[in-house]
Design a protein around this ligand. Structure first.
Ligand code: NAI
Length: 291
């Protein structure tokens, strides 16, 4: 089955990136969100990010205009009836995703694929709440989507081969490299990455190092491009905590216990870059460590 129209649900930081890359690859895109202002902000962000690509010589101005013209944004979910695949990229809360699928499934083409960009929630469980577990799959893009090369593809227990092959071909068309994961809590990338960030927060809590020394140690000592505390701020500390909780509950192992300092940051609303403060203070230029 040829995919020519991609639906994206959720116009936040991931949804706008997925719409951007799909449109640039020549696909028609329907981008929907519950909030009209999220759609407007996403379209403006996509325009600015495409302008940056034009300025750097990566694409020409005509390609930018053509990509923008392929994206139809709005709050009316019925526009998703045109889509061959719908990629859900809404907030990382299971009840939000389940209510979206309940609302959207009756609107879709009978053979449309449903994919979720979830960072950690069981694809099998989400799929079971729809009418098409065999046509349901995890398509996990990395942030920022236009820059990061990887898409992790997660097969639920019922995902069929035709769906897997169509999604692999779509990722190729979008210029991404894929890694295939089985459906276990947090899949591959976040199974390894988020406990490392959590451990860095725990080391900070215990006073093993301060923000600066912990980030410098991993950057210069382990060749990481970003320190783990800066990366946690970039992902969003609320998202990191949500993933640790999925791992803790799903694996039943105390080694995945969220660091109490991570919990405290989220309770304080210090969620990282998006709120202006996390382990760094982003009102300063350059951002200053808070501990
Ligand atoms: P975000 O908070 O930037 O965007 C979420 C969007 O979903 C918001 O615009 C919100 O209005 C919308 N939304 C909420 N309920 C909705 C509904 N019922 N119908 C339609 N739209 C709705 O979040 P972000 O970071 O874009 O994350 C989205 C998904 O992508 C999550 O599942 C997250 O785990 C995953 N993800 C996040 C990454 C990251 O680094 N932030 C990386 C890879 C995946």
């Amino acid at each position: 089955m040829a995919i020519t129209t991609v639906g994206v649900i959720g116009a936040g930081q991931m949804g706008n990136g997925i719409a951007h890359v799909a449109a640039l690859a020549g696909l028609d895109v329907v981008l929907v969100d519950v909030k009209a202002e999220a759609v407007a902000k996403a379209l403006s962000t996509i325009g600015k990010n495409l302008d940056r690509q034009v300025a750097k010589g990566g694409i020409d101005a005509g390609a930018k205009d053509a990509a923008m013209a392929r994206i139809q944004g709005g709050t009316d979910m019925s526009a998703l009836s045109a889509a061959d695949i719908v990629i859900e990229a809404a907030t990382e809360r299971e009840e939000v995703k389940l209510s979206i699928f309940k609302q959207v499934v009756p609107l879709l083409k009978a053979d449309a694929i449903l994919a979720s960009n979830t960072s950690s929630i069981s694809i099998t469980r989400l799929a079971a709440a729809t009418d098409r577990p065999h046509r349901f799959i995890g398509m996990h893009f990395m942030n920022p989507v236009p820059v990061m090369k990887l898409v992790e593809i997660i097969r639920g227990i019922a995902t069929d081969d035709a769906t897997f092959e169509a999604v692999q071909a779509l990722a190729d068309k979008m210029g991404k490299t894929t890694a295939v994961a089985q459906d276990y809590p947090a899949f591959i990338v976040n199974r390894v990455l988020i406990p490392m960030i959590n451990e860095a927060v725990q080391a900070l809590q215990e006073g093993v190092g301060n923000v600066e020394s912990i980030d410098a140690a991993l950057k210069l000592g382990a060749a990481h491009p970003m320190g783990p505390l800066a990366l946690g701020d970039f992902i969003g500390l609320d998202t990191c905590l949500a993933i640790m909780r999925v791992l803790h509950e799903g694996m039943g192992d105390s080694k995945y216990r969220p660091s109490p300092l991570l919990v405290k940051h989220v309770e304080a609303g210090w969620l990282g870059k998006k709120t202006g403060r996390g382990f760094y203070d982003y009102s300063q230029d350059p951002p200053r460590p808070t501990r």
